[in-house]
Write a protein that binds this ligand. Structure first.
Ligand code: C2E
Ligand code: MG
Ligand code: MG
Ligand code: MG
Length: 279
């Protein structure tokens, strides 16, 4: 009996896994197609100075509208793209789109682009960044690259070397989702970050969970003593914004002040068309 039920379990397990694998490869095919045919878009979410609420930057966020499934979250399709290598052409597209968009904005603020750890392992990142800055004409200091803590643990030496090469070009580096991984103070000192982004799980606990609130205060104090800018992600209430401002947070990002919007909704520079005959 034990044997029979064991086999039954294995059969169930195999069919489950098979179904999941089929779904993954279907998602991969669909994603490849979407990338080729324009089914993927970039949206931009504003970051605001805490004190004045002025927009300081926009973060580029991938959006995929699947023809059958509807919107698919990047949290779902980025891991698939990373496993299949599709992340490299996708990431190149994101960087080109984001820098080209930012170069045409009326206000010369920063554009933040998320990077995948795969881009650090494969795909010559400093060369890609140099190439895209040159082709779009975006000044390097207006590009901020966001990485997550996982990258620093996997291959710290390799990541550090690439980050130094990026910094040497004049781009800025931010540590995203701070507090959710394993990074320690020593990491923060070793890597040439310009900014920390407090993960939204901490921000959203402000006013609700005193324990998490203490962590936010500690991160802000640490950021200040390490001379890093600190952005809080996921700000949804005035109470959270008030608290962050009083604690000396530099920037906020969240649905309270602005949701991600399509690129076309950000005011552009007046385009000068030379040689147009007057009416
Ligand atoms: P992230 O880089 O931490 O981006 C912030 C996420 O928080 C975005 O989710 C944004 O829509 C969401 N968010 C912003 N404000 C609020 C708020 O007030 N409340 C709540 N509940 N959420 C808020 P999104 O767009 O679903 O992206 C999820 C993650 O997918 C990103 O997290 C990033 O890790 C990844 N991602 C998105 N675009 C790219 C990309 O172009 N390349 C790479 N490698 N990863 C990307
Ligand atoms: Mg980010
Ligand atoms: Mg984040
Ligand atoms: Mg995230």
């Amino acid at each position: 009996r034990a044997k029979a039920s064991g086999r039954g379990f294995i059969c169930f397990f195999e069919s489950e896994m098979g179904a999941r694998l089929r779904e993954r490869s279907q998602l991969e095919r669909d994603l490849r197609l979407a990338l080729a045919e324009g089914g993927i878009a970039l949206h931009f979410q504003p970051l605001h100075a805490c004190a004045t609420r002025e927009v300081t930057a926009y973060e580029a966020l991938l959006r995929w509208h699947h023809p059958v499934r509807g919107p698919v979250s990047p949290a779902e399709f980025i891991p698939v793209a990373e496993e299949t290598g599709l992340i490299l052409p996708l990431a190149r597209w994101v960087l080109e789109e984001a820098c080209a968009a930012a170069a045409a904005w009326e206000r010369p603020c920063t554009v933040a682009v998320n990077l995948s750890p795969v881009q650090f392992r494969r795909g010559n990142l400093p060369a890609l960044v140099a190439e895209v800055l040159a082709s779009t004409g975006l000044p390097a200091h207006r590009l901020e690259l966001e990485v997550t803590e996982g990258l620093l643990i996997e291959d710290a030496e390799g990541a550090l070397e690439i980050m130094r090469a990026l910094k040497a070009q004049g781009v800025r580096l931010a540590l995203d989702d701070f507090g959710t991984g394993y990074s320690s103070l020593s990491y923060l000192r070793r890597f040439p970050f310009d900014k920390l982004k407090i993960d939204k799980s901490f921000t959203q606990a402000i006013g609700a969970d005193p324990g998490a609130q203490v962590i936010v205060e500690a991160i802000l104090a640490m950021g200040q003593s390490l001379k890093l800018r600190v952005t809080a992600e996921g700000v949804e209430t005035e109470e959270q914004l008030d608290f962050l401002r009083r604690q000396g947070c530099d920037e906020v990002q969240g649905f309270l002040l602005g949701r991600p919007v399509p690129a076309g909704q950000i005011p552009g520079r007046a385009v000068v068309t030379a040689g147009m005959p007057a009416g």
